[in-house]
Design a protein around this ligand. Sequence first.
Ligand code: HEC
Ligand code: HEC
Length: 483
Amino acid sequence: MTSGLRRRYLPILAGAGAIGWLLLWQAPELQAGSAAFVPGEEMPGGEATSRRSAKNANAFSHASGNAGFDREFDFKIGNGIFRKLWVSAPASTNSSDGLGPLYNARACQRCHLKDGRGHPPENLSDNAVSMLLRVGIPLSGDKPPVKPDPVYGGQIQDFAIQGHKPEARIELRYEEFAVELSGGETVMLRRPKIELADLAYGAMHPDVRLSARIANQMIGLGLLEAISAPDILANADPEDADGDGISGRPNMVMNLEAGMAEPGRFGWKAGQPTVRQQSAAAFSGDMGLSTSLITPGAGDCTEPQAACLQAKNGADPAEGNVEVPDEMLDLVAFYARNLAVPKRSDAQSDQVLAGKALFSSAGCAACHVPSFRTLDSRDVAPEQKGQTIWPYTDLLLHDMGDGLADGLPEGQALGREWRTAPLWGIGATEIVSGHTLFLHDGRARNLTEAILWHGGEAQAARDAFAAMTPKERADLIAFVSSL
Ligand code: HEC
Ligand code: HEC
């Protein structure tokens, strides 16, 4: 944590001043372990927070609460593109063809189910829709650069259009082990082991590393994009100059449109700088569809996969010679930017406020930075502009230890580094997605397991959690669930 972070806390603390004094004035037992409620924190997306109910399966599917009527219309069209089922070329519906030849899913929505997060396959016969397997060969240890597998490319596509073979089947097996917590509680954690079955194009390179990732929840992305780069960098402390054990550094990645490196913000390793570029990467890698940003029509097919490269693609000269014209890419990016964060339903109960204090004192907030103010400039869209938001992330990379390491660098991120996951909306996961599987590969079966997997820079925070009394742990979980 740096002084930049502390500077950001000041206005928040100042805003809480009046309530802080009230608390001081109350009986001493009310002060212990309590943290003041900050007016506005129940609206994590500021004015862009959803105005609709957070208590049903559609909680993540609403437009920014401050979107005007015509903007809601664009949002609905974008939603249509997000759900659209693509087909192989050539097809009578020219504007929906070009899928594959290799792909992971036929629509964005197939992975980002209900605009929420994906999950790993439930058993060995289940397919891995809503989870991806990235592959690559680091050229030196677990550091960048990484080259793709010479045959399978940068990602395993476990589906293919007719006449082509899917690359492989992804199998996850788990090994369980016990972790002891204070108060005599024992928790079982499960460690995934990834295997590939039915490799259709021969052996993989022996040095290849595999990284399983479930689809992220889709809320609040435009707001994360509207945080200024200097505000992100203010929290970075790559050499841990302040000696608090927490460093944090940006994943500087290429913005293909701007032609320069910028802090990555999206994906589990912050590998993509903008929603538009992340969406173009999804069209290409996950569906084999070209855009003006990523032009090959056959997506992740490689030279040895000759039939795949030669297959007819859906590019249309009338639409800029790409399969997904800019207008469509823009609408889907607009949709993704404007999926609203739900309102917090319980931000002020005694238990939640007790948990909030523990979240700070255990050191969680050093990475899961509670609040930012988005840019208030002309180039930011009206919905996202000048909002006080509560995403609980610093968008920086942290070394999370060997337990979570995938050994596969991405951009500048090392094999042990991950982007601090935003925690807003996390309490609605169960109602939206029907499960509570957390972390990049969905290995954690609930919030407690997710916290216990924290290592590396987060080891001290994890140990503080394990050392809490069962009641304190329950309070902390109640707070995280309230976000
Ligand atoms: C095969 C499943 C799959 C499909 C299809 C898919 N995604 Fe994703 N999406 C993912 C996964 C997995 C991640 C995390 C990727 C990573 O960490 O590298 C992700 C991440 C994202 C993110 C970043 C979210 C965040 O919080 O950082 C956005 C935005 C996104 N996808 C948009 C799209 C769009 C738009 C489409 C359709 C064009 C799409 N996705 C299609 C699986 C999918
Ligand atoms: C050193 C930085 C750091 C600290 C400290 C930290 N976290 Fe995290 N947290 C992360 C990162 C990085 C991830 C993503 C890890 C992954 O997916 O492998 C994460 C993921 C999570 C998740 C899962 C989110 C999801 O979408 O799946 C939860 C819940 C969480 N943290 C809660 C906590 C709590 C509670 C604490 C304090 C006890 C804490 N974290 C401390 C960096 C940190």
